[in-house]
Design a protein around this ligand. Structure first.
Ligand code: AMP
Ligand code: ZN
Length: 502
């Protein structure tokens, strides 16, 4: 019988079946449609992700942005590209409002930490949160980017950028700083998200009386703060001592590291309307070329359906998850079970569910032994179809479960196919065993009652009532219910204590 393989399969000389890659399609916020990805330079992708403002610990919502850019990078690598990825560090100039009003977030950190207001102290505060951020990235198995450029270490480049904009007539000076004149830039707001009328309405909150147009934005802000020695806080510039505006750092640093034009820019959806429209205006104003070809934006994580924030008092950090006995992989896995463009609501119950599911996968993986066979091309092709469809990790994870349970695939082939999928999913089957090891060994960890999930606390309360009424049968039933949620109760003189099976 004459049997021919589908076009994406071909054989190389070693008789291993190899495939041409399926097209990678990404949703581009510029065109608002899924487009087939084509790099500027064949085989290479230059990609920039807006990084954290290091005035505080990044919360689990912020961290979604970097898990998403990591998955994107891995998908690109899976497709055979070499990726140069840059994540910037904002350690100056980001005001509490995107509208050029409010305090500099770094200054807020200095005041909160009781530190003297100097550039050296600002740097120190930044160092502290950069260290935490990098630890979080490592724990979440996020690949290290090519560079983490810091805004405060690229002031000259930002000044040069503003000078060129000035020479080209895009700027005007006011008493508090130098501004970008958006009327001078044809096509301002290409990413959408905000209309001129809306910009005016939004800006009324912190309306800047002197701006020619409320959507104009600061490129350089003059210092209004004195250091303890009586000097103006900030950097010298042709316009006076002060600070770069927040948006300019991303234009200056991305083009310095990745070129005047590059392939992909990522960030959270909150950046579309102002920050990214402004980045485009500044950069294209300087270079006269299209800045970025593909803009990808992740939707937000909410907690109890509310925005995450310090002021909301609901911020949860990766350290909280670890303290409660969850491996960071569980959070990564939970994120992957949703699509990056869908908002997801975080609950402890959902994380608990993701953790159980991940542990099950790891146990199943261990049962496969340690020998590798051949990749199952049918599963591999389906996997690639999902991830290349705008990073559909939810379907890819479902497929991983399907493969785990598929008895028609032998153990060795299954193992190597799963490892191939793990190149993109990065959920720890091979690369970071430490996190999962303790969990798989079934070690336990003490958990404060008040730190346990709400449902467990409720069951515990009911059990205490049953015990006080000497209703031992109900107390035992409740103990079993608590155990099903992964916690063991022991009764001590000081009250019930909880341990959690890792
Ligand atoms: P920031 O440190 O505020 O500049 O934010 C760092 C990154 O986190 C940016 O890409 C934001 O768009 C993103 N971000 C902020 N809050 C959330 C959230 N709740 N969910 C997902 N991404 C977020
Ligand atoms: Zn940025």
């Amino acid at each position: 019988m004459n049997f021919s393989l589908p076009s994406f399969f071909k054989k190389d000389s070693s008789q291993q079946i190899k495939r041409d890659h399926l097209p990678l399609r990404l949703f581009n916020s510029l065109s608002k449609i899924k487009e087939t990805f084509e790099p500027i330079k064949p085989g290479t992708v230059h990609m920039y992700s807006c990084g954290p403002t290091v005035y505080d610990t990044a919360h689990i919502g912020n961290l979604r942005s970097y898990v998403v850019s990591d998955v994107l990078r891995r998908v690109l690598e899976y497709n055979g590209y070499t990726v140069k990825h840059v994540i910037n560090i904002t350690d100056v100039g980001h005001l509490t409002s995107d509208e050029d009003s409010g305090d500099d977030k770094m200054m807020i950190a200095l005041k909160r930490e009781g530190a003297p207001i100097t550039l050296t102290e600002m740097k120190k505060v930044g160092n502290k949160y950069i260290k935490e951020f990098k630890e979080d990235l490592k724990d979440l198995n996020i690949k290290t980017p090519f560079a983490f450029p810091r805004a405060s270490e690229h002031i000259e480049g930002q000044i040069a950028f503003i000078k060129t904009l000035e020479e080209k007539g895009y700027t005007y000076a006011l008493k508090d700083g130098v501004y970008f004149n958006t009327n001078m830039f044809k096509g301002y707001g290409a990413l959408g998200g905000i209309t001129r009328e809306e910009a005016d309405t939004v800006s009324r909150i912190g309306k800047h009386e002197d701006k020619q147009n409320q959507r104009d934005f600061a490129l350089w802000k003059f210092s209004t703060t004195k250091t303890p020695s009586g000097k103006d806080l900030g950097w010298k510039s042709p316009w006076g001592v002060g600070f770069p505006g927040w948006h300019i750092e991303c234009s200056a640093m991305s083009t310095q590291y990745l070129g005047k034009q590059f392939d992909i820019h990522t960030g959270g959806i909150d950046h579309i309307a102002i920050h990214h429209n402004n980045e485009i205006a500044q950069t294209e104003g300087v270079t006269g070329k299209k800045f970025v070809n593909y803009w990808l934006h992740n939707a937000f994580i909410t907690i109890e359906n509310k925005r995450i924030g310090k002021s909301e008092g609901n911020a949860i950090y990766l350290r909280h998850l670890i303290d409660k006995g969850f491996p960071p992989f569980a959070y990564r896995y939970w994120l992957l079970t949703g699509h990056y463009r869908s908002p997801i609501n975080f609950t402890w119950e959902a994380l608990e569910g993701a953790n159980s599911s991940l542990i099950k996968l790891h146990k199943q993986f261990l049962d496969l032994g340690s020998q590798n066979g051949k990749i199952d091309v049918s599963y591999q092709e389906r996997f690639e179809r999902f991830i290349n469809d705008d990073l559909d990790t939810a379907q890819a994870v479902a497929l991983l479960h399907e493969l785990m349970g598929d008895e028609s695939v032998n153990k060795k082939n299954k193992r190597v196919t799963i490892l191939d999928m793990n190149r993109v999913l990065g959920i720890g089957f091979i690369e970071s065993y430490k996190q999962m090891e303790t969990i798989l060994k079934g070690e336990t960890k003490k958990v404060e009652v008040k730190e346990a999930p709400g449902a467990v606390q409720e069951l515990l309360k009911e059990r205490e009532v049953a015990r006080s009424e000497e209703d031992w049968k109900t107390a035992d039933t409740l103990r079993d219910k608590i155990a099903k949620k992964g916690f063991e109760v022991s009764d001590t003189d000081k009250g019930p204590e909880l341990t959690k099976k890792q």
